[in-house]
Design a protein. Structure first.
Length: 157
């Protein structure tokens, strides 16, 4: 019988690389900075099989590549790479790593919350409904007070 291969879950992998960017000097000067970014993404595909849409390059790496202009890019760069669930995040070696947050489904949660509120209001007693109405009034008053404070602060300068 053939052995079944179990899929491994790779949660988080951190590695450090030195990426050679000398190939960028084989193309015309004005396009070298763009070529270096392409070379970084190509390197990440080679090592992690991540498509270029799944490679996220930090601003510090981008600024390092562009610091001498688009024509005089560095020949190599030391990076720290974090691979999480098919996405590759590229940072400079000494840079603090702050991973981007996942996008939340805002529309669905808003709709679900409204549905739950309607169901709760149907099941509530009269005293609970009155208490909730008072809470909503207090929230509205707070919002109005904050808006008034902002307007007066703007007028003061």
């Amino acid at each position: 019988m053939a052995k079944e291969k179990k899929a491994k879950k790779i949660e988080k992998v951190e590695k450090e690389f030195v990426i050679g960017l000398a190939q960028a000097y084989n193309i015309p000067r004005p396009r070298r900075a763009e070529k270096t970014i392409f070379l970084i993404k190509k390197f990440m595909f080679k090592h992690f099989r991540a498509t270029k849409e799944n490679v996220l390059i930090s601003n510090a790496v981008n600024e390092f590549l562009w610091k001498n202009g688009r024509e005089h890019t560095p020949r190599k760069i030391e990076v720290k790479v974090i691979f999480i669930e098919g996405k590759v995040n590229v940072f400079l070696k000494g840079e603090k790593t702050k991973l981007p947050k996942e996008e939340k489904k805002k529309e669905l949660t808003k709709i679900e919350k409204k549905i739950e509120e309607v169901k709760e209001k149907k099941n509530m007693t009269d005293t609970e409904k009155e208490a909730e109405a008072e809470k909503e009034k207090k929230k509205d008053e707070k919002k109005l007070a904050e808006k008034a404070a902002e307007k007066s602060a703007i007028k003061r300068g």
